[in-house]
Design a protein around this ligand. Structure first.
Ligand code: GLN
Length: 305
């Protein structure tokens, strides 16, 4: 039998894909190949090991090879499968949304430390994208009410789909730029955001999967600080006295973000590191008295008016 006529078994097509992907750097070829084949067949990876002799249909083979070629060119795995795990949730992602990053789970962890389980709080996630942070907080704090905002209607549609599919009823979506999207008359216990913070022209933008991601969700002016500055400025008036602002930012932006927060009047300002030991998250809260220092509220002790 000629090679081309041999049955296209699971074992054989995985082997072929592993060889193809070996040409790419920073990939674990067999993991990528197995996971993309499992995705193509709508099965688990365990299924591939249980049925190595099973033959693919021509359509399955075509779809699988197409995914492998796209992966070889660098397209992120999450865009090929249209999904990404974040926190304990599996989220839909599209080219309209940033792919949720593991380091953003740090922001969720810190938010949960600040939010007592059994109290009702008002929370805003500004620039929610796929809805990752909002969904994790809504899931972990079912008594709280979350507003998820984005200026991109396409991103908000993805977020809304995620909230519905997970069955989260305590999230409202609002379209608009940063705090302009928030309802008036409500002050928040906690405002969180993972805004764009990369400098325009940063060489990092040409690397890894970043060229496939929406540039508007990554880049923020010449310094990378435009959006962080706006959020710090606007959020203050939307917070309850004692309410917290938590921001993700670049590894080299901690001191500038702390300074911006201090200038705007936030207190208890502190930067936290990600798992690689890099500055990644800075927090501050609105003072309880406009005159200055205070011990810091436990969120939820003051309820929204
Ligand atoms: N952490 C992302 C990266 O550097 C950027 C995310 C963002 O701009 N919010 O890949």
């Amino acid at each position: 039998m000629k090679t081309a006529d041999r049955p296209q078994t699971i074992q054989r097509v995985v082997q072929e894909a592993v060889e193809t992907l070996s040409a790419a750097k920073d990939l674990v070829p067999h993991l990528e190949a197995e996971s993309l084949l499992a995705f193509t067949l709508g099965k688990s990876r365990a299924y591939l090991f249980a049925w190595p002799e099973k033959t693919l249909t021509p359509d399955e083979l075509k779809r699988f090879r197409n995914l492998i070629l796209r992966r070889l060119k660098g397209e992120p795995h999450a865009y090929l499968t249209g999904q990404k795990a974040f926190w304990s949730l599996l989220l839909k992602v599209s080219r309209e949304t940033l792919i949720p990053r593991p380091e953003t789970e740090l922001l969720v962890e810190r938010a949960l430390e600040l939010l007592p389980l059994n109290l009702s709080n008002t929370i805003a996630d500004l620039g929610t994208g796929s809805g990752a942070i909002a969904a994790a907080l809504a899931h972990e704090r079912p008594m709280s009410q979350i507003w998820a905002t984005d200026r991109s209607a396409a991103a908000l549609a993805v977020a809304r789909e995620n909230f519905q599919r997970i069955g989260l009823r305590n999230i409202a979506c609002a379209e608009g730029n940063w705090c302009e999207a928030l309802p008036s008359g409500i002050n928040f216990s906690l405002i969180v955001s993972n805004p764009p913070y990369i400098r325009a022209g940063d060489p990092h933008l040409g690397q890894g999967g970043l060229p496939w991601e929406p540039v508007g969700a990554l880049v923020s002016g010449e310094t990378g600080l435009n959006d962080l500055r706006q959020i710090i400025d606007q959020a203050f008036a939307h917070l309850l006295p004692g309410g917290w602002l938590l921001l993700e930012h670049g590894f080299d932006q901690g001191s500038q973000v702390r300074l911006l927060l201090a200038e705007r009047g936030y207190v208890a300002i502190r930067t936290r590191h990600d798992l690689s030991g890099l500055d990644r998250l800075t927090e501050g809260h609105r003072p309880t008295q406009e005159t200055g220092t205070n011990p810091g509220l436990r969120i939820g002790e003051s309820t929204p008016s």
